[in-house]
Ligand binder design. Structure first.
Ligand SMILES: Cc1cc2nc3c(=O)[nH]c(=O)nc-3n(C[C@H](O)[C@H](O)[C@H](O)COP(=O)(O)O)c2cc1C
Length: 385
């Protein structure tokens, strides 16, 4: 277990250990996407719990297209709330590295309360015009610079899980206006977005990273070789890692799948536990590719919750073999936000039962938390049944 408690480095930020609290949508923002007390409660617990790196949940660059009714939205009006979130974390644990996940929901937006838009002609939702895409790119840049102003240590430029960023990358993105088709077109959002954030950030210490889905499990999706091909081929995604290195990025958070379509890939449950092996394979492939070019990009692994207490030895093995630099837990952070500290002190941990309660809450658009171990959400959920 010692390896998990070794200090690490992401860009110019030192981390206290190798534990990463993965981004988990709480769907509990105030109207307009402002940080709420419930939101602060969650991040206070994670900071107190000793996670070396905390990736704050998906924060939208716009209010127009949202996957969750009560999603966080980054804009100047909401900036004070985000400053409070940073203060809350840093007061509780000054050593925690806090990253904000910046996103646009695109085809995953819910038409019941927002507009579903997409990149590819014939995709799910209204196909975005070129000028709209340029505005969205600028939104990613503006939101990331606001994240720095709020005091976050860095960003996660979200390119995973079927959200707009991932749709750009797909071989199925056949747009002909320079925002699709060729490799340059499909990676343009990341290249221009990261380029502008790098140029605009106040400090070189501000960490730049991205979460990607190595393989989405759909025809023409990320991790396939052609628009009409469903079979896994990681060539493009490994090329993306080399591009991230060229862009001077600091980390990649390796995930997989599209929760709305191929959830069994993104978040294995007990009956599909072996799917976690794919995540280990993707993380190893990322590490080997980056090692091959002498890159210092740090690699985070995902989908450890299903392993419960067995996650710790698996995580240590991945670190020991050099197959990962950081280990991320998602649902486990809701089940027991205090896990790292408890492990260090030898205390009992409440392990995620992979009951899918939190996923159901997210789908039903309620606030999201653990309905087994968190008394607040247990009561909240039971009252709604
Ligand atoms: C309720 C819920 C909310 C999530 N929210 C996000 C999110 O905001 N951003 C993201 O990249 N992934 C999100 N995920 C995916 C998790 O970060 C994680 O990748 C997934 O749950 C698998 O990891 P685990 O097995 O440790 O839970 C979410 C998953 C769940 C179940």
């Amino acid at each position: 277990m010692n390896l998990l408690f070794e200090k690490g480095r992401i860009g110019r930020c030192e981390t206290a250990n190798r534990f990463v609290a993965q981004p988990m949508e709480g769907n509990c923002a105030e109207p307009g996407g402002a940080v709420s007390d419930l939101c602060l409660r969650k991040y206070r617990s994670l900071a107190r719990g000793g996670w070396g790196t905390i990736v704050a949940e998906a924060i939208s660059v716009t209010s127009d297209s949202l996957a969750r009714k009560n999603a966080l939205v980054m804009n100047r009006r909401n900036l004070d709330g985000f400053k409070r979130l940073v203060d809350t974390v840093k007061t509780e644990n000054p050593d925690a590295v806090l990253l904000f996940q910046i996103t646009h929901s695109g085809p995953v937006s819910n038409p019941l309360f927002s507009e579903r838009v997409c990149v590819s002609p014939g995709g799910e939702g209204r196909c975005l015009a070129t000028e709209e895409i340029e505005r969205i790119r600028d939104g990613f840049v503006r939101s990331s610079l606001l994240a720095e102003e709020a005091g976050a240590d860095g960003i996660d430029f979200k390119m995973c899980h079927g959200y707009l960023g991932a749709e750009f990358l797909r071989p199925a993105n056949t747009r002909a206006d320079g925002w699709g088709g060729s490799w340059e077109g499909r990676t343009r959002l990341l290249r221009e977005g990261i380029g502008a954030i790098r140029a605009g950030r106040r400090s070189e210490r501000f960490v730049l990273g991205s979460r990607i889905s190595m393989y989405e499990g759909i025809r023409g999706g990320c991790g396939t070789a052609a628009a009409d091909d469903p079979v896994e081929d990681l060539s493009d995604m490994l090329r993306l890692l080399r591009l991230m290195d060229e862009l001077g990025m600091d980390y990649v958070n390796v995930s997989a799948g599209i929760p709305a379509k191929t959830p069994v890939i993104t978040r294995p449950v007990r009956s599909s536990e072996l799917m976690h092996l794919h995540h280990l394979r993707y993380t190893r492939a990322a590490k080997r590719t980056l090692a091959g070019i002498g890159s210092s990009i740090q690699v985070f692994g995902s989908a450890y919750s299903v392993l419960r207490e067995r996650a710790v030895p698996v995580a240590c093995e991945m670190l020991a073999r050099g197959d990962a630099d950081f280990i991320g837990w998602g649902r486990q952070t809701l089940a027991d936000p205090f896990m790292p500290g408890k492990l260090l002190r030898g205390e009992a941990v409440d392990y995620c039962a992979s009951c899918s309660g939190c996923s159901r809450m997210m789908i039903e658009q309620t606030h999201v938390g653990c309905i087994l171990f968190d008394e607040h959400y247990k009561t909240y959920w039971n009252e709604r049944r």
